[in-house]
Design a protein around this ligand. Structure first.
Ligand SMILES: Cc1ncc(COP(=O)(O)O)c(C=O)c1O
Length: 320
């Protein structure tokens, strides 16, 4: 059974994820200052928002003496990849209900997950749609007694406090650094959004002077607003956050050859590793918005790199 000390060890990084200034001609042209918060460097295998979102649900699972962790995801899921690594580190068995064919167990994401001891159960799309259905969840709980259920992507109310801690970390970094001129305020914190859990967590402790702007990576995602408010009801009365819905590039995990090339170019120019599904899509949207004058001159922006670089290996093999 996992112990709280192994959890504490996992959540005691020696240093916070780096905050780095970005340089690009478009930024100088529009008099925008941009930094990147490198959550992709939080942990070797449990990168980005997964490390933050899973923090308190994992502690709860250990305190409840869970005998394992059970969650849901697609065949390229960063969440399942991170959960498998966590299971190995905490010595907790992990089980994934995976949307898709059993043949996908050989892709790089699921190969890692299996190597770290995760058991995989494949279901078709129709069955997968029932992932929030109480009857199916009860059936799974009966089949895997003592397993702690974590929703797809780790997005649940319990995930919010772990994400919310990012603001105090950022504030401390701004206070302590003298290496380069730092702004006293962040005008916008910018991030990719899929299920809305990360955004909801950040809204919950948003400093009054900072806006939050989420770039939806899914097509037609106007429902995301409700999703965010369902996770954090006070978000409905908060005018300090917005979603950019037109930078999805054709839909989840889809992008044109031109957009992929533009992401690769930005990655090179900024000396920043990006993947095409989350960080690449969102930063491309951000740069297009900057070019269009969406952010006023002298804005001070921080882009949150939410990790997911492991997915690049699988994304490269997908058709554009
Ligand atoms: C790397 C990465 N970035 C961003 C997101 C989006 O986070 P959220 O689902 O909390 O909106 C995800 C998860 O879906 C992800 O894997």
């Amino acid at each position: 059974m996992a112990s709280l000390s192994s959890w504490q060890q996992l959540y005691s990084p020696a240093t916070p994820s780096p905050l780095q200034p970005l340089v690009h001609p478009l930024l100088s042209q529009h008099q925008i200052k941009l930094w990147v918060k490198r959550d992709d460097l939080l942990h070797a295998t449990i990168s980005g928002n997964k490390w933050r979102k899973l923090k308190y649900p994992l502690r709860h699972a250990i305190e409840s003496q869970a005998t394992g962790l059970l969650s849901f995801g697609g065949a390229y899921s960063n969440h399942l990849h991170a959960l498998a690594a966590i299971g190995q580190q905490l010595a907790l068995p992990t089980l994934a209900i995976v949307r898709g064919e059993a043949s996908s167990q050989h892709n790089p994401t699921l190969t890692d997950a299996r190597r770290w001891g995760m058991s995989l159960e494949f279901v078709d799309r129709q069955q997968y749609r029932l992932r929030q259905d109480s009857r199916w969840l009860a059936e799974l709980s009966a089949r895997y007694p003592g397993y702690y259920l974590i929703p797809e992507g780790g997005s649940c109310a319990g995930a919010l406090p772990g994400v919310a801690e990012l603001w105090s970390e950022l504030a401390a970094q701004f206070r302590s650094s003298s290496a380069w001129p730092l702004p006293s305020t962040i005008d916008h914190l910018i991030l990719p959004v899929a299920s809305g859990g990360t955004l909801a967590g950040l809204i919950s402790t948003r400093p009054a002077a900072s806006q939050l702007t989420g770039y939806a990576v899914l097509k037609g995602a106007s429902w995301l607003k409700e999703e965010v408010c369902a996770l954090y009801p006070a978000a409905a009365q908060d005018n300090g956050w917005q979603l950019r819905l037109d930078h999805h590039g054709g839909g989840y995990a889809k992008s044109s050859i031109e957009d992929r090339a533009a992401i690769a170019l930005l990655s090179e120019q900024l000396a920043l590793p990006l993947e095409p599904i989350y960080s690449g899509k969102a930063i491309l949207g951000l740069f297009r918005d900057i070019a269009a004058g969406y952010y006023p001159a002298h804005s001070q922006l921080v882009f949150l790199h939410t990790g997911g670089l492991q997915g690049t290996r699988s994304a490269l093999s997908r058709k554009p």
